[in-house]
Write a protein that binds this ligand. Structure first.
Ligand SMILES: [Zn+2]
Length: 447
């Protein structure tokens, strides 16, 4: 059953631009915020409220109300290897002896994607980016849960089996098959429900020059953003230097891919000139501080922002906790700068909300709370001790908040999560199915 929120009572809005508001009532109409006013005792005094007969009233009891979070880089089927690969190497695709993406059937991908999208949503994301093989399953999972999603088919022409043994062998047929799935997705799903589609070549090292050249052509022809991994590992940098005689950033520039329509995840192993190039071209960076730190790295995120790159935040399927990502972004930036206070709570809050929304092309979320904005918002637990005291709002959310504080999630005016539980799906079923799939995959991996 789809329930449209009529209004939220007694909430404290926290906006990336406006800061912490007074105790307020927020009215929602036709999927948008119609008004935000200081809290009043009687809902009937609002003309907006009186116009809506069957709307729902949510009493926030003083809860912090944030714009829905925008999580700009994930691969939900990789839930299958979470908790198992983090101590083995830097990315599952490059590690032998773990389940590989190409083993997954459509239904297995769907089961894992349901778990991943549900977790992202419960953690407060109302807009997500998700790309992997079998992309239609990702679109189905996001549609079932109700979040806004930018979905793509992950395309690469490197042979996965060779890759797991550290060799790059490109095969035109492999690339053509994954590209066909990606283009089918765009044709069938673009603009349906809350789904937008993207182009998603995997990385400079796992895609050959002709394959990436084709993506530069497609991006131009279709007006779509290209999401990829960039400067993610020393292995990638060495591979591209040997293969192309330049850095991965120079390589993408050479192909015509370096512009504001490129969303590049990680961006860690960069030269000074790479940083300047990414900035000059207004490239969007999907900053993944949790994943980066887990294998001992930190991206030069402040230098990238100063150079002009657009910074967004993601959890990259490591966890779904964007609060942890905000905190880790600050911690790793300060570590990288030699204990300088280079980044603050307000800035990372902006990356996780309005910055992310503005950087993703073709979707309608704004990452803000203001009349006229799409009604994407989350309520945090008003009785959570870790969220007190609330004085300016940004600090307590970024330095002390947690995904488990998210109690309500509203997307386009629809309540998707209430009291920490998803409305549209049975979480017990979603978890049990994903567990079964993952167990089967690991049995196969262990022979
Ligand atoms: Zn990734």
């Amino acid at each position: 059953m789809i329930r449209m929120a009529c209004h939220l009572r007694n909430v404290r809005p926290l906006c990336p631009a406006g800061g912490l508001g007074v105790l307020s009532d927020i009215w929602i109409k036709d999927g948008h915020i119609s008004s935000i006013r200081p809290a009043q005792d009687d809902c009937a005094v609002s003309p907006d409220c009186a116009q809506i007969d069957d709307g729902e009233v949510i009493d926030g009891r003083g809860a912090l109300c944030l714009p829905g979070l925008v999580n700009t880089h994930n691969h939900t089927p990789l839930m299958s290897v979470r908790g198992m690969v983090e101590d083995l190497g830097f990315a599952p695709a490059y590690v032998p002896g773990v389940p590989q993406g190409h083993w997954l059937s459509e239904e297995e991908t769907l089961a894992l994607a349901r778990l991943g999208v549900m977790e992202l949503m419960l953690a407060g994301a109302t807009t997500i980016v998700d790309y992997y093989r079998k992309p239609e399953a990702l679109a189905r999972a996001a549609t079932e849960m109700g979040v806004r999603a930018q979905v793509g088919g992950r395309v690469m022409d490197a042979d996965s089996a060779a890759l797991a043994e550290g060799r790059f062998e490109h095969d035109r047929a492999l690339g053509a098959a994954s590209l066909r799935d990606a283009l089918d997705l765009i044709e069938k799903w673009d603009g349906t429900a809350r789904i937008q589609t993207i182009l998603a070549p995997h990385a400079p090292d796992t895609c050959s020059r002709p394959m990436l050249k084709e993506f530069a052509r497609l991006a131009q022809a279709m007006g779509k953003q290209v999401h990829t991994h960039l400067a993610q590992s020393p292995l990638e940098v060495d591979c591209i230097r040997a293969r192309e005689g330049m850095t991965p950033v120079e390589f993408l520039d050479d192909l015509g891919l370096l512009n504001a329509d490129l969303v590049a995840a990680h961006c860690i192993f960069l030269t000074e000139e790479d940083i300047a190039r990414l900035g000059r071209n207004r490239v969007v960076v999907a900053h993944a501080p949790i994943g980066n730190a887990s294998f001992g790295a930190a991206a030069p995120i402040c230098a990238l922002e100063q150079a002009g790159a657009q910074i967004t935040l993601c959890t990259d399927t490591k966890s779904a906790d964007m609060f942890e990502a905000m905190r880790m972004a600050i911690a790793t930036a300060r570590w990288r700068s030699g204990m300088k206070m280079v980044l603050d709570a307000r800035t990372v809050f902006g990356w996780a909300t309005s910055g992310g929304a503005a950087a993703l092309k073709g979707q309608s979320a704004s990452g803000t709370l203001e009349p006229g904005a799409p009604a994407d918002m989350i309520l945090l637990d008003p009785s959570a001790p870790n969220l007190r005291p609330v004085i300016d709002g940004f600090g307590i959310v970024a330095h002390s908040g947690s995904a488990s504080n998210v109690r309500s999630v509203i997307c386009e005016g629809e309540v998707l999560v209430e009291d920490g539980r998803p409305i549209r799906v049975d979480p017990v079923e979603v978890i049990a199915e994903a567990q079964q799939v993952a167990e089967r995959l690991w049995q196969r991996a262990r022979g």
